[in-house]
Design a protein around this ligand. Structure first.
Ligand SMILES: C[S@@+](CC[C@H](N)C(=O)[O-])C[C@H]1O[C@@H](n2cnc3c(N)ncnc32)[C@H](O)[C@@H]1O
Length: 227
């Protein structure tokens, strides 16, 4: 049974990381070209992440958000399932000589941190790229302090038919690893069912697909002790 689970996990991990490993060296250029608004989003997340906090970024990619957040945070940990995305993040870290950030390859479904460790957990533009985002959210719940805050800006390709169709075509043509085309309501329900109370949900429409910018706190009745 355990062997079967490991095999299923390996298949899932391969699905989730393959595209990012292949595209890691081009990722930042792609963002610059197609996501003009991204730098505004990074600044907004950094402000919401607070000052002097211990912060975890799940699915940190090439590290832009973690590096910005580190300007105000006490300590930042960025994890991602793609070793090549993490390599890109580490290169930037070295170039900038920042001392309070640590990047590592880890699976969002099984975080290498103690419970109640973080003041802020960030997961930007990644829940839709996970096969089982509910499992990742449960882990975020476990490692967040009871008074902590989740910041989860998530692309929602399922709210409007034209976006659903576009994403289906992108997936076929470019192999985008989008496993969930969320509507705003589906995303909110997922976050709530994972033991959070949504404090603020803002829709950002400056990009091709709308982003639901969710800020949530733990629902203490839904606090997860172990996954
Ligand atoms: C669209 S990128 C977003 C990267 C970064 N958050 C940003 O905003 O630039 C999605 C990221 O999710 C990561 N990812 C997907 N599944 C994951 C998992 N199970 N655990 C950790 N990272 C994962 C991918 O490797 C990829 O770097």
């Amino acid at each position: 049974m355990k062997k079967e689970t490991n095999m299923q996990d390996n298949i899932r991990i391969e699905k989730e990381r393959k595209y990012w490993d292949k595209n890691a060296p081009r990722y930042d250029r792609g963002i610059e070209k197609y996501w003009e608004f991204y730098s505004v989003l990074v600044d907004k997340i950094s402000q919401d992440a607070g000052v002097g906090n211990t912060v975890l970024e799940v699915a940190a990619g090439t590290g832009a958000i973690s590096l910005k957040v580190a300007e105000q945070a006490a300590r930042v940990y960025g994890v991602d399932i793609s070793p090549l995305m993490v390599d890109e993040a580490k290169k930037k870290l070295e170039e900038k000589g920042i001392g309070n950030v640590n990047f590592s390859v880890h699976d969002a479904y099984s975080l290498p941190f103690d419970k109640d460790m973080f003041d802020t957990v960030i997961c930007c533009s990644a829940l839709h790229n996970m096969v089982n985002p509910g499992k990742a959210l449960s882990e975020m719940n476990r490692v967040l302090k009871p008074e902590g805050r989740l910041i989860a800006p998530t692309i929602c390709q399922g709210e409007y038919f034209k976006h659903k169709l576009m994403m289906t075509i992108f997936k076929l043509v470019a192999g985008f690893p989008v496993f969930h085309k969320f509507s705003f309501e589906e995303l909110s329900n997922l976050v709530t069912e994972s033991g959070f109370i949504i404090r603020n949900e803002e829709v950002i429409r400056e990009m091709v697909f709308p982003i639901a910018y969710i800020v949530a706190e733990l629902n203490i009745d839904g606090k997860i002790e172990s996954v």
